[in-house]
Design a protein around this ligand. Structure first.
Ligand code: IPM
Ligand code: MN
Length: 356
């Protein structure tokens, strides 16, 4: 039987309970016997930093890079674990995204049945787009590197030709494999930037059109980021795939999450050419950890994306369908504040039962 080695980072705060829930769902998938997942737990995150002085050891990073088919990661970070400069010390984004060269941060926003959109009028499936966030450069290239002194600090935004080419290519390939935007069924990639103001974004847009020339069947659109923020609220059904610089993607993917029931419902993949890891887009919410409130759906959908990545799209579809039908049937219910009724393990069982 096919066996895939998977690393598991359980994370901080609500991370462990979410990852356990996702593993319950994956257990229902592997119980069908088509393939096996062999897990290795990796100690990484804010608590790890506090104990060891490193959020992820170089050996573990090397293992994630070369030793596994993919990594399933819970949210990490604790508010009191900080560097002297005030930034958080336990976060793994900088370490894993650059360390694994996971240059495409793929963030779907899909309105599921049984979930109320903050936009009121939106119907299930009426919002169904993917933000492809450049993940290794942009403004966050300055992570941990800003120059400054006591009175002034500056962070630079870096856009490279090669980095933009590869993430735009990923966006168009993704659009080619999808069914287009909900409103008109057209395959479309939207480039979001502030190229009217920033030279780095003007370069991003220029390269976007170079890549687009290789995909004549896919529509292109450009939007300034401020206008995009408005459009994602007023006409989210018109979007299919959007590609953008790192910081813009961070902000707009949370906006997208708000329109589909909250970021607790959002999974994501950080995908490079050789390595990838999968996580919810939200944080570790330490204030609600262990109280049976955390919503594991983002983590479960991240696990589904991981199944896609390791070559099991049918099973990934099974997980997505189980989430949708469990929500539709009211077996899983999401409170208006985004928490899951019954807690993460009960939600996972309901989804797993659907898979069985
Ligand atoms: C995300 C998160 C991270 C980011 C934080 C926690 C460093 O917000 O994955 O979107 O900024 O990328
Ligand atoms: Mn974010």
């Amino acid at each position: 039987m096919q066996v895939h080695d998977i690393a598991v980072i359980r994370g901080d705060g609500i991370g462990p309970e979410l990852v356990d829930a996702a593993l319950t769902v994956l257990g229902a998938v592997t119980a069908k016997g088509a393939f096996e997942l062999r897990y290795t737990e990796i100690d990484a995150g804010a608590d790890t930093y506090r104990r060891t002085g490193a959020a992820c050891s170089p050996e573990d990073l090397e293992y994630l890079r070369t030793g596994v088919a993919a990594t399933l990661k819970g949210p990490v970070g604790l508010p009191d674990v900080r560097f002297p400069d005030g930034t958080e010390a336990g976060l793994l984004g900088g370490i894993l995204r650059t360390g694994l060269d996971a240059y495409a941060n793929v963030r779907p926003a899909l309105l599921l049945p049984g979930v109320t959109s903050a936009l009121g009028s939106a119907k299930p499936g009426g919002i169904d787009y993917v933000i492809v966030r450049e993940n290794t450069e942009g403004l966050y290239a300055s992570r941990g590197k800003g120059v400054g002194n006591r009175w002034a600090v500056s962070d630079a935004l870096m856009t490279t030709r090669e980095g933009t080419l590869r993430v735009c290519r990923r966006a168009f390939e993704l659009a080619a494999a999808r069914n287009g935007a909900p409103s008109d069924g057209k395959r479309r990639v939207t480039c979001v930037d502030k190229s009217n103001v920033l030279r780095s974004h003007a370069l991003f847009r220029e390269i976007f059109f170079e890549v687009a020339a290789d995909f004549p069947d896919i529509e292109t659109e450009t939007l300034y980021a401020d206008a995009a923020a408005q459009a994602l609220v007023l006409r989210p059904g018109d979007f299919d795939v959007l590609v953008m610089e790192n910081f813009l993607g961070d902000v707009l993917s949370d906006l997208g999450g708000a329109t589909i029931g909250g970021i607790s419902l959002c999974g994501s993949g950080n995908i490079g050419d050789d390595s990838a890891y999968f996580e919810p887009i939200h944080g570790s919410a330490p204030s609600i950890a262990g109280q049976g409130l955390a919503n594991p759906i983002g983590q479960v959908l991240a696990a589904a994306m991981m199944l896609d990545h390791v070559g099991h799209p049918a099973e990934a579809g099974l997980v997505r369908a189980a989430v949708a039908t469990a929500l539709e049937a009211g077996e899983v219910r999401i409170a208006p504040d985004g928490s899951a009724l019954g807690g993460p393990e009960a939600v996972a069982r309901a989804i797993a039962d659907r898979i069985d």
